[in-house]
Design a protein around this ligand. Structure first.
Ligand code: ADP
Ligand code: ZN
Ligand code: ZN
Length: 797
């Protein structure tokens, strides 16, 4: 009998998307577990690749014929737990991605990459054992230990005799601080001349305060040279301590107490917490902006923790601001781990370790935090559940909401989907009773009122004003607010919009050489950028086609809007918030902080200002152009517009001062704009559902998008028709196939893109047929064909 490990190799190809069996070396027979990473020889060349063990079984000796051995065990204990392995299996059925991509999405980058991982034994290890394993070293690379030592470490760890922790070293991944340790004996015996006053002072201080401390503090109080003297004479010793990089988050956050809930909030908290641990249940928490959804989340999490369980709190990346995270830290302190894309790989890994070690009980994070290695989950909350950023738009194309449903099921947890403007899919499921709907209909702060919304028809002002972005009416209102020392938020809706350069003589638009898209002008870097492939070049002085000098900049970027406004209101202090001004680490936070401190009167920005901001002094919100997204060829464009307008309107009048919202539009009669004016989600929902029913769009049907890309257009068209034929032949005649059509941006990165959209209600063989379509990429002639399958695509253009 031998032990055989089944593992998924890190070779993301269709051919290799299956478990492979390897023999477990005898030494590791009873130590290897599912969820560990190993190195194995793979393929004809027996190249070493990383693999993830998903199952270990006992096999017959005869089975060992031809089985290769695992060469190296990389983990002392599993990096993926049982639930995560089950989850990967379940996800593979609907997310058309290789299993290895799904597994890797669950791990912090650092564990996927080839960084060296080091091992450190904690104090629990007896000195002699420690010396035997580690010698003089503070930490060791696990794979550098002898096999004998590795086995020993694993045994001690599994028996709970030592704690081993991985540290990602390399100076860049571990941040240390210099501390001093006082050698009291040496200090007492040391003679210091009476004339050296400063040295005397430090000696007295250290004798009275013999605890360790930070060297910087000491240097600050007693000067560098004095401290150096003490170090050189061995009176204090320097030691490096690892600092948790996320510690900065926790600094100076005052703790906060739960608020007294109003009746609707109480009902919601009671309903959500009633069934935790007994059965999985999904709730739609539909509450208008400012209705106190976050307070409900906080109290639900509090009760979850009291039951000894853990919680995941997802928020859209863009609203993962200090304002938001601090509300969680102030309630739950160090039990919180924060995961967002602004962290370095090392920082993310720190947070992951904190969660994995059970030190963090509440994980607050963006999309990928849904994979947090928490156990015993009681509640999962998804705030702003309608946000399309919860769907990953590259491999693996999962939706955090779908993963949350699976994890809630596994853990018998409550899942809360919160929004003022739920996605139609979610709202419809609540209608059918699949989700329990809970409503918060009032603003929670009794002084705050729902803002009044006015529509301004742009067409009434055509030709009247020089400033293309601002109607006189909006300008007048802005002036009024500024006179009263109140603040204004202005949204420039930039979806499907950019500033470009065009020749006035021949009409040539400056385009990217690799993509069929105009280059975007960036005034801050003085460069033309391609937003798809990253191509950049200098701003042209003459037309690339006719050499004319009459080239002009078109489009209303945020920069241009700010410039216009500054001319009209020279006194106003304006902050601009868009991708350009928020590129640097922490830039987003600094802008918001400055606005919060009233260092500016006006915050003008793109979509990113619409989310979650809570500034009591904002009394006017202006939407400069409500329409730009309405005309996009996407069936969700009305829904997105309604959501955005409602969200941004919610930023006004959050406290005791009444709020006003002004929406400038060319389409005042459009239903999305009318319902947004009335802040009438339910009205919008009913209307939009009728349209979706007529047009056969979700939530009445399911959709699958298939995209194909190749450098040769004729070739990609041929393959796209082949895919369509396969679908027609093997699926029922109930399905609707749209396409193949070129994508609206038909070429990027020198590749031509085609797409097919399938609409269906029930298709028994769909998964199998789609798997077969994925298999097409295995054909030799299709080596360079990029084919991706997207379940419920969020962007169908
Ligand atoms: P939402 O998440 O629904 O937009 P928030 O939770 O941010 O709403 O609440 C809006 C404001 O109302 C916040 O300033 C919050 O402190 C306050 N608030 C929430 N619940 C209560 C309550 N029960 N009593 C008083 N104020 C509340
Ligand atoms: Zn020209
Ligand atoms: Zn390009």
């Amino acid at each position: 009998m031998v032990r055989i490990a089944k593992l998924i190799v890190d070779v993301p190809l269709m051919q290799t998307d299956q478990p492979y069996s390897y023999r477990v070396p005898t030494e590791f027979e009873d130590l290897i577990e599912a969820g560990m990473r190993v190195h194995v020889p793979f393929g004809n060349g027996n190249r070493l690749v990383q693999g993830l063990v998903i199952e270990v079984e006992t096999g017959n000796v005869s089975d060992q014929d031809g089985l290769k051995d695992i060469v190296e065990v990389l983990d002392v204990r599993p990096v993926l737990n049982k639930e995560q392995l089950v989850l990967a299996d379940q996800m593979r059925e609907t997310v058309f991605s290789y299993k290895i991509s799904i597994l890797k999405a669950m791990l912090p980058n650092l564990l996927n990459s080839s960084y060296d991982k080091y091992l450190r034994a904690t104090e629990l290890l007896a000195d002699d054992e420690r010396d035997a394993l580690f010698g003089q070293e503070d930490h060791m690379r696990f794979t550098d230990l002898s096999v004998e030592a590795q086995v020993k470490v694993m045994r001690l760890a599994q028996a709970g005799k030592i704690q081993v922790e991985y540290i990602a070293t390399d100076k860049q991944h571990i941040k240390t601080e210099s501390w001093y340790r006082v050698d009291s004996q040496a200090l007492e015996g040391f003679e210091i001349s009476n004339r050296a006053k400063k040295r005397q002072e430090l000696k007295t201080f250290l004798l009275e305060n013999p605890e360790s401390g930070k060297l910087v503090d000491l240097r600050q109080s007693f000067s560098g040279p004095v401290v150096k003297f003490f170090l050189e004479h061995g009176l204090i010793q320097e030691e490096l301590r690892e600092v948790s990089r996320s510690q900065a988050y926790f600094k100076a956050v005052p703790s906060s107490q739960p608020l007294r809930l109003n009746a609707e909030q109480s009902t919601a908290v009671a309903a959500i917490t009633a069934s935790i641990g007994q059965k999985a249940q999904t709730f739609l928490l539909q509450g208008i902006t400012g209705s106190g959804k976050t307070e409900v989340y906080l109290q639900v999490i509090d009760q979850t923790l009291r039951q000894g369980k853990t919680a995941i709190m997802l928020v859209p990346e863009i609203s993962l601001t200090p304002q938001v995270t601090q509300r969680f830290i102030s309630r739950f302190g160090e039990q919180v781990a924060i995961l967002h894309s602004g962290l370095s790989d090392g920082e993310k890994y720190d947070e992951w370790r904190k969660i994995e070690a059970g030190k963090a009980k509440v994980v607050v994070g963006a999309r990928s935090a849904i994979f947090a290695p928490l156990t015993n989950i009681g509640t999962i909350i998804i705030d702003e559940e309608h946000e399309s950023s919860y769907k990953q738009d590259s491999h693996p194309r999962y939706h955090a909401r779908d993963v949350a449903l699976l994890r809630a099921d596994y853990n018998k947890a409550s899942l809360v989907l919160g929004s003022a403007t739920p996605s139609l899919e979610t709202r419809a499921r609540a209608s059918k009773g699949l989700y329990q709907r809970l409503v918060l209909s009032q603003r929670a702060n009794p002084l705050a009122q729902v803002p009044s919304v006015q529509i301004v028809d742009f067409r009434d002002y055509i030709g009247e004003t020089e400033a293309g972005n601002f109607t006189p009416y909006l300008l007048e209102k802005i002036g009024e607010k500024l006179a009263r020392k109140e603040q204004v938020v202005l949204l420039l809706n930039r979806r499907g919009y950019s500033s470009f350069v065009m020749c006035r003589d021949c009409g040539t638009v400056d385009e990217c050489p690799n993509c069929d898209i105009s280059l975007t002008l960036h005034m801050d870097t003085k460069l033309m950028h391609c937003h798809y492939c990253g191509f950049t070049k200098a701003i042209p002085q003459t037309c690339p086609n006719c050499q004319s000098r009459s080239i002009r900049y078109y489009g209303t970027g945020t920069q241009k809007a700010v410039d216009e406004l500054q001319l009209l209101l020279p006194e106003a202090r304006i902050l601009r918030m868009d991708v350009d001004t928020t590129r640097g680490k922490g830039a987003h936070e600094r802008l918001l902080e400055a606005f919060g401190n009233q260092e500016a009167d006006i915050l003008l920005g793109t979509q990113m200002i619409a989310k979650g901001l809570d500034f009591p002094n904002v009394t006017l919100v202006g939407v400069l152009n409500a329409d730009t997204a309405l005309n996009l060829p996407d069936f969700r464009s009305s829904e997105r517009t309604f959501q955005l307008l409602t969200q941004v309107a919610g930023r006004a009048g959050r406290a005791d001062k009444a709020g006003e919202v002004i929406i400038q539009t060319y389409n005042p009669e459009h239903y999305a704009i009318r319902y947004a004016k009335d802040q009438d989600y339910e009205g919008f929902y009913q209307y939009e559902m009728k349209l979706r029913h007529q047009m056969r769009y979700p939530p009445y049907v399911y959709t699958v998008g298939i995209s194909l890309s190749h450098k040769d257009e004729t070739f990609v068209v041929k393959q796209a028709y082949r895919v369509m034929t396969l679908l027609r032949e093997h699926l029922s005649d109930q399905i609707v196939i749209l396409g193949p059509t070129p994508k609206p941006i038909a070429r990027t990165h020198n590749l031509f893109h085609y797409q097919i959209l399938i609409k269906y209600r029930f298709e028994e063989h769909l998964s199998q047929v789609l798997d077969n379509i994925l298999d097409l990429t295995q054909e030799r002639e299709n080596k360079d064909l990029k084919l991706s399958i997207d379940h419920e695509p969020q962007n169908v253009m």
